[in-house]
Design a protein around this ligand. Structure first.
Ligand code: HT7
Ligand code: ZN
Length: 874
């Protein structure tokens, strides 16, 4: 398939000043007229070409005159029109089939024919599935949209922008019009029509605009929107305070749907959310999911400035809006909740999802140089690594400098389609500094390695830290430019106290933490006045997205785990130590690290000064995917067993009695409250029960069964169910049945029923998935359900998916073919689970290759799936 290349970018030859859309909405058939006021770039003498994906063209007129068939050509993807001039008006009328649209791109039906509603999804290139248009983000237009429909079937009619009238029509029909004063790219267009209920709140922006906030959902879900409304209000206030950004329309609509390919969409004035990222109530939502709802609501709202007011020139700049908006959300969530826990969560995600992506055949730079299907580039690299790059820039400028830079970025680019150069340029110019060296981060794939080596000179009382960087996959290749790598660091004495830092002869009294920037391949940093051999705490707060290689002894890591005041680095030291302990077990080597890890955690377990949630995270070793990243011939089942043994050793060290007592103490405070202390208790209670389950299944099973039945909310209920299933407890079957019945009508809760079973890490996992597919609740047509069963199996159950006979691979390949025919975006995303198969041990590698090769040979794969399969095969 044709590749789109960044270097081929050309400014649009035709722009659209205003768009008037007029929809006659129906579920089986919708007709719409589009009236485009065209502007021609005189410097490019090109004919008018518009995107339009398999549209049924009913009529076409230019400047009021119907066009004969000889005056235009439509290939099925591109409409070329003769005779258009600067200032011409093109009118087209097309017919769409929303109910037949299973790809959920363009205009489609959510729910059933009888009760469902219509909605649109246009990012990245969905607008061309709705009408003919230059469907690219650097064409920004003013929209007015009129919706007409049967009032009984579609009582609610919504589009982006401000309301501009509504009224009755003949035959029980009605209309509503919306005008958006802000020019926008076509990917931000949206409409929603159907039977929806709403909750409302009045909001006044810091600059005095009265805004109506309205969240819409189907009747059975509207009662679960209150938390999202609170989160929206918090997000709006935070953006005013942290970035000086105010909302800019009179109304802000948010809509929940159960049928959505991604998490949510920031359409101007009309955000649309996957229900799982919006609805929340204690009975069906876990604590982690509550935080996720808050984060996604904030993310979409923040796009109003970072994405909508300032958008991307082209899709290669996607991280300009996504990396920046993830960073803004992470800062917001850190302010709303615990900053160290948020950082742990985000870095864990980066390591679990982005590092493997960056280490395999699908690796790509944060700003890719080319793509075949843009929907495949909504990746962890563009989002999560992109956010880490913004974090480095923010760190380099400091809080006030970053704010100055962002102000200038918004001021210069408001209403424009910008590039990453515009972003770095504004941040640098506002601070009289050159940030362009950071551009190198955007252009190269792979996770850099940072080697750190410390040497203490007792005579000179000097500590020399040598830092060196190494780009992955560079052996024998063109040398890449050195990246600027900010390393935040501190030095600890052997009693766990922080040492004052005197770097390179500078005396800066009282400074115990600073950032050094490694700007070359290798650099030395000399600290003076160091009274004894220190332990360095490096990359504090994960100051750069690299893999740190440092020759710590287990005792040094244990010291940091016990004493580091940077919560993230304390956890990180524990993770490093646990990984070493895992290697001890794997290699049958000395058990120093294992003992140091268990001993340090036993001390922390008994100490009282530590937050329950942080303790729960400290008691959790790196996940199986992260451990696999350290192996060359990966055997996921072996990794699973070793990790279980590692946790068992920790549980033994803590002791069944102590675990039981701690469980009871935490359970005595069981509430449904959402405050931080209650959430932290639930998190630790879950971890303690999981550890006890490894030691004494019968006892843990009893506790879990009681917890399941008495649980006041989903966090406790799901935790208990998981423990029962993992321990093969006799009570598991009845709990599963109870859950299935209790949540038969709650799709989001039912998703968890599928997911928790798909993740049971035993030999029967593929057969269990087949059995669950026969449940009447399963359908390939709903992305959330696909994610809950197949996604949880291939991503959340490495040992089950990678069964040595290849059953997991064949199952995935077969389902991908069926899914691809319905929804190529979802199929392609699921297919990335094949990433990394080359590093499996030989038997699994052979089985995976066979399954992927067969899939690759299948005729008629979508461009989305073909690109991923072609990529992983490389
Ligand atoms: N900007 C949104 C991206 C999105 C999307 C992309 C492709 C296909 C479907 C999609 N739905 C939403 C999500 C976000 O980052 O906010
Ligand atoms: Zn986004």
């Amino acid at each position: 398939p044709a590749l789109i290349r960044l270097r081929d970018y050309r400014a649009p030859a035709w722009r659209v000043e205003t768009v008037e859309l007029d929809f006659d909405l129906g579920i089986e058939a919708t007709e719409l007229s589009a009236r485009l006021l065209l502007r021609r770039d005189a410097s490019q003498n090109l004919p008018l070409r518009l995107d339009g994906e398999n549209l049924q063209l009913l009529s076409i007129a230019l400047d009021g005159v119907p066009l004969p068939a000889t005056a235009y050509r439509y290939t099925g993807n591109v409409l070329e029109v003769d005779g258009a001039r600067d200032g011409s008006v093109l009118e087209t009328r097309v017919r769409l089939r929303p109910a037949a649209n299973t790809a959920l791109e363009g205009l489609y039906l959510s729910g059933s024919h009888e009760t469902g509603f219509l909605l649109t999804q246009c990012e990245a290139e969905g607008f061309r599935h709705i009408t003919f248009f230059p469907d690219r983000p650097d064409v920004q237009s003013r929209y007015s949209v009129t919706l007409r429909a049967d009032r009984a079937r579609f009582p609610v009619l919504l589009a982006g922008g401000n309301p501009d009238g509504s009224g009755e029509l003949e035959g029980g029909r009605h209309w509503a019009r919306f005008v958006d004063p802000h020019p926008k790219p076509s990917y931000l267009f949206a409409l929603v029509a159907g039977r929806l209920e709403k909750i409302e709140r009045d909001y006044v922006t810091a600059d005095g605009r009265a805004v109506q906030l309205k969240i819409w959902a189907e009747a059975d879900a509207i009662g679960r929107c209150g938390y999202a409304m609170d989160a929206l209000e918090r997000s709006m206030r935070w953006d005013e305070q942290a970035y000086g950004r105010n909302y800019d329309l009179d109304v802000f609509h948010v809509v929940a749907t159960h049928d959505f390919n991604m998490g949510a969409m920031e359409n101007k004035g009309l955000n649309i959310f996957n229900a799982k990222c919006l609805l929340a109530d204690p009975d069906s939502t876990t604590d982690d999911e509550y935080r996720h709802v808050e984060a996604v609501v904030a993310h979409e709202y923040f796009h109003n400035w970072s994405g909508n007011r300032v958008t991307c020139r082209d899709w290669f700049q996607l991280s300009l809006k996504e990396g920046l908006t993830v960073f803004r959300e992470q800062s917001f969530s850190a302010d709303m909740n615990s900053a160290p826990l948020k950082r742990i969560e985000d870095v864990s995600l980066l390591r679990r999802a982005q590092f493997p992506e960056d280490a395999g055949p699908l690796a790509h730079p944060v700003r890719p140089a080319q793509y075949s299907e843009i929907n495949n580039f909504y990746t962890a690299t563009v989002y999560e690594k992109g956010s880490e790059l913004v974090r480095m820039l923010a760190g380099a400028l400091g809080r006030a400098g970053f704010r100055r830079g962002m102000d200038l970025y918004f001021e210069r680019n408001d209403g424009h389609a910008a590039t990453l150069e515009d972003f770095l340029g504004a941040l640098g110019d506002a601070n009289g500094t050159d940030l362009m060296p950071y551009l190198a981060w955007y252009g190269q794939a792979g996770t850099p390695r940072l080697k750190a080596h410390g040497r203490y000179d007792a005579v000179r009382q000097e500590y020399t830290l040598t830092l060196a960087q190494h780009a992955p996959g560079t052996a024998g290749a063109e040398p890449r430019p050195a990246l600027p790598i900010p390393v935040k660091l501190a030095l600890f004495d052997r009693d766990g106290g922080m040492l004052p830092l005197h770097l390179d002869g500078q005396t800066s009294e009282g400074i115990t933490e600073l950032v050094v920037v490694l700007a070359q391949v290798e650099q030395r940093f000399v600290f003076g006045n160091v009274a004894s051999s220190p332990v360095p705490s490096l990359l504090r707060g994960f100051s750069a997205p690299v893999i740190l290689e440092c020759d710590y002894t287990p005792g040094e890591l244990a010291l940091l785990l016990g004493h580091d005041v940077d919560g993230f680095n304390r956890w990180e030291a524990g993770q490093q130590l646990a990984a070493r302990a895992y290697e001890d077990l794997r290699d049958g080597a000395s058990a120093d690290a294992l003992q140091a890890w268990c001993a340090a955690l036993a001390l922390l377990f008994d100490s009282h000064g530590i937050d329950d949630a942080l303790l729960a995270d400290l008691l959790t070793p790196p996940g199986e995917v992260e451990l696999a990243e350290r192996e060359t011939a990966i055997d996921p089942q072996h990794i699973h067993h070793l990790r279980q043994r590692l946790q068992l050793r920790l549980a033994e060290r803590l002791g069944a009695e102590a675990l039981h007592q701690r469980y009871l103490a935490l359970a005595a405070h069981t509430t449904i409250d959402m405050d931080a202390t209650s959430q932290a208790r639930r998190r630790l209670k879950r971890r303690v029960l999981e550890l006890l389950n490894l030691l004494d299944r019968a006892r843990a099973g009893e506790l879990a069964a009681a917890q399941y039945h008495d649980a006041p909310g989903m966090t406790d209920r799901l935790a208990a169910l998981t423990v029962l299933l993992r321990g093969q407890a006799p009570q598991a079957a009845s709990a599963l049945l109870d859950y299935r019945t209790r949540y038969a009508d709650n799709a989001l809760a039912l998703d968890k029923w599928f997911a928790v079973q798909a993740q049971i890490p035993d030999e029967d996992a593929p057969e269990r998935v087949l059995m669950l597919e026969r449940d009447p609740g399963f359908t390939l047509k709903n992305p959330n359900r696909v994610q809950a069963l197949l996604g949880a199996f291939v991503r959340g159950n490495p040992s089950g998916f990678h069964r040595i006979d290849g059953a997991g691979y064949r199952l995935l390949a077969e389902r991908l073919i069926a899914l691809d025919a319905l929804n190529p975006q979802v199929a392609a995303r699921l297919a990335t689970a094949f990433n990394g198969w080359q590093r499996l041990e030989s038997q699994r590698r052979g089985a995976a290759r066979a399954a992927i090769a067969e899939l690759a040979g299948h005729h008629g794969l979508s461009r989305n799936l073909a690109e991923i399969i072609g990529g992983v095969l490389n």
